[in-house]
Ligand binder design. Structure first.
Ligand SMILES: Nc1ncnc2c1ncn2[C@@H]1O[C@H](COP(=O)(O)OP(=O)(O)OP(=O)(O)O)[C@@H](O)[C@H]1O
Ligand SMILES: O=C(O)c1ccc[n+]([C@@H]2O[C@H](COP(=O)([O-])O)[C@@H](O)[C@H]2O)c1
Length: 200
């Protein structure tokens, strides 16, 4: 009797502060999904990103991420980092996602700037047994993985979008449009909730 081989689900994990989520994030996730034949990409907004200051409330960032990903049947959003108290560490993110997807092969997606900082992340030496890391190109940043285990990390060139959340926040504050930099629903959410406005 021939036993059918059960295929493990291949799941991307796109962690980010998403303050706000923009098309650079979405294109990165979509390209990695295509290249690595992923069944799903889980977007995970950070709770308390310990290497960033003055971050917008997590519920706003979570809801913008839900709005931005809603149309893609392979994109989902997880609250694991938003709901965990204390600083957000990727080790916890990956462990929590593994609990909800026990059989999955995980692919953690990050941009060139983030991967360049990875050796400063908590317990980085424990990452490689939990997920494969995919580092994508990003305008203005060299894509390099020197010093990281070769089998643990892959590089992927993606269409260059010179968009950052910092620039989106600055544009809103200065009264410039963010149409076409972020999804339409996110533009409307920012306006409705008066995010990133001039502080009185
Ligand atoms: N334009 C982009 N192209 C490719 N990857 C990106 C791009 N923007 C962000 N990323 C990657 O997405 C992940 C989450 O990024 P994050 O939410 O911090 O956005 P950001 O634009 O870098 O924000 P900020 O400007 O506030 O630092 C990181 O791994 C980052 O490298
Ligand atoms: O684990 C850490 O110590 C750590 C330090 C900095 C960033 N990260 C993760 O890297 C991802 C991108 O973070 P950021 O700050 O660039 O939005 C996000 O999932 C963070 O939780 C993780």
């Amino acid at each position: 009797m021939v036993s059918a081989e059960v295929q493990r689900p291949r799941i991307g994990v796109m962690g980010g502060t998403f303050d706000p989520i923009h098309h650079g994030h979405l294109v990165a996730a979509s390209e990695v999904a295509q290249h690595f034949d992923l069944d799903e990409v889980i977007f995970v907004p950070t709770g308390q990103p310990w290497q960033k200051d003055n971050v917008t409330d997590g519920e706003h960032r979570y809801l913008m991420t839900v709005i931005a990903t809603a149309a893609n049947p392979r994109f989902t959003v997880s609250r694991v980092d938003i709901d965990r108290s204390g600083p957000t560490y990727t080790l916890d993110t990956l462990r929590d996602i593994r609990v909800s997807r026990p059989n999955a092969e995980l692919f953690f997606i990050s941009g060139a700037d983030a991967i360049a900082q990875i050796l400063s992340w908590k317990d980085v030496d424990k990452f490689w047994e939990l997920a494969h890391f995919v580092a994508v190109s990003r305008p203005g940043h060299d894509l390099s993985i020197s010093g990281l285990p070769e089998r643990g990390v892959s590089l992927l060139e993606v269409p260059a979008l010179a968009i950052s959340s910092t620039d989106c926040r600055s544009r809103v504050k200065r009264g410039f449009p963010v149409w076409y930099l972020v999804p339409d629903g996110v533009v409307q959410y920012i306006s409705k909730h008066h995010l990133y406005g001039v502080t009185e």
